[in-house]
Design a protein around this ligand. Structure first.
Ligand code: DX5
Ligand code: ZN
Length: 218
């Protein structure tokens, strides 16, 4: 499995997002947390900021939609040029249609599960998904403590993915840092979102490389 690092700009200075993107040019993706203050109790940014970011960086954008009614909004992020668009199982009412629309618009289709949402009911959806995102904190804020309770689900998700051909990426998001990333990699994750661990560091690019090394050695 190839390790990929996706720094989350939620932990960056929102007045300097272009600089924040440039600071992690060695990353694989730039993780963009879209929050609507309804699906999660926090409000961040939306399509206009994503459109500006697309012009400001050559990193592909990994848009994580923590919003209600993602069926209505997700395709526009893909059409705008996001490389990956992830919708939540708990919010999507027509996930098959929405995931297909994301793919049809040329982006990778991501499907996210909160810590308490089981992966097994979604096994039949795996053919519609390019990346499964397992939240390792309750979504809404950066800098939270990693939830070990999700580790068994990462293992089960990896097993399901392997049974399905092994092409789907398995992303973890929340509390991923130098002291937790190895556990995630060992359980089967291959795409790692990190907010505080990257933008809280003195040198974000070096933090990306350190996380990458830790995950790759597992
Ligand atoms: C939380 C967001 C995460 C967040 C992770 O709801 O989805 O992407 O930025 O931040 P850290 O890595 O600080 O936990
Ligand atoms: Zn996220």
């Amino acid at each position: 499995m190839a390790v990929q690092i996706s720094p989350s700009i939620l932990s960056a200075d929102f007045a300097r997002l272009a600089e924040a993107a440039a600071a992690v040019s060695n990353a694989d993706w730039l993780h963009v947390d879209v929050m609507d203050n309804h699906f999660v109790p926090n409000l961040t940014l939306g399509l206009p900021v994503v459109e500006s970011l697309l012009k400001a960086t050559s990193l592909p954008l990994d848009c994580h939609l923590m919003i209600e009614d993602p069926d209505r909004w997700a395709p526009a992020y893909a059409e705008a040029g996001a490389g990956s668009v992830t919708v939540h199982a708990e919010a999507a009412k027509a996930p098959v249609r929405t995931l297909r629309q994301i793919r049809a618009a040329g982006a990778r289709a991501g499907f996210a599960l909160n810590p308490a949402t089981a992966v097994e009911p979604y096994e039949d959806l795996l053919g519609e998904i390019d990346m499964l995102l397992l939240m390792t904190v309750e979504p809404g804020f950066g800098g939270q403590k990693f939830l070990d309770v999700v580790l068994p689900k990462i293992r089960r998700a990896r097993a399901l993915i392997e049974r399905h051909g092994g092409q789907i990426w398995l992303q973890v998001d929340g509390g991923v840092a130098a002291d937790t990333i190895e556990r995630c990699a060992e359980a089967g994750a291959d795409v790692f979102v990190a907010g505080n661990a990257v933008y809280g560091a003195d040198e974000p690019a070096r933090a990306v490389e350190e996380l990458r090394k830790l995950a790759a050695k597992v």
